[in-house]
Design a protein. Structure first.
Length: 206
């Protein structure tokens, strides 16, 4: 299994193209933003992992007390900072969430958007998310269920072999939901807005 830290050069090399790429399904994106914001409160400390351009973070940050936007790719962070004004309560930080030293119970919400299918061990990452959340804390995930798409299962290994694709976990809906429940979460929102491959979940730590 490819360690996520080894994926940093891939994302550094594709950061500019990734950030320039327009949102594929604006209606689905806006729906997920609105649903997420329904769970945010002014007193919250929020962590976003895999923040990319930081533009989603910029929309959420004014609604909470503190917002930490992190990404594995230093180049993604550098370009993301230049995307526009940064709210005063928001900061960017380059880092691998799986290796970051974070205090248990230090955040009230964690967002992992378009990310968990890209980590080497999604169950371990979700378990760490649970640890850094306060009791009752909110976990928001939008993840590609790549394991349910036969063409992706066929083509991704070839793309990885020639350096055109990152590591991708073959997630499936039932097992992904179980990972979340096993980590101590109650699933509150379970939707497939837009692309049938994307599963959008909001869960609360029990």
């Amino acid at each position: 299994m490819t360690p996520i830290r080894d994926q940093a050069p891939f994302w550094d090399g594709t950061a500019a193209k990734y950030i320039r790429r327009p949102v594929g399904d604006v209606a689905a994106y806006e729906h997920k933003v609105a649903v997420t914001q329904g769970f945010l409160r002014p007193d919250m400390r929020v962590l976003e992992i895999g923040c990319g351009s930081g533009n989603t973070a910029r929309r959420h940050a004014p609604l909470v007390a503190e917002y930490l936007a992190t990404d594995l790719s230093g180049e993604m962070i550098r370009l993301g900072k230049a995307e526009g004004p940064i709210p005063p309560n928001m900061r960017f930080e380059q880092g691998n969430f799986d290796e970051m030293t974070l205090t248990d119970g230090s955040f009230d919400a964690v967002l992992a958007l378009s990310l968990l299918h890209l980590v080497p061990d999604p169950a371990a990452t979700i378990a760490k998310i649970a640890r850094v959340l306060t009791p009752g804390g909110v976990f928001v995930s939008s993840s590609a269920m790549v394991g349910e798409v036969w063409l992706a299962r066929l083509l991704l290994p070839l793309g990885q072999l020639i350096g055109k694709a990152p590591h991708v976990a073959m997630l499936k809906r039932a097992s992904f939901r179980q990972m979340i429940r096993d980590a101590g979460f109650e699933i509150l929102v379970d939707e497939t807005p837009g692309s049938k491959m994307t599963l959008f979940i909001v869960a609360r730590k029990l």
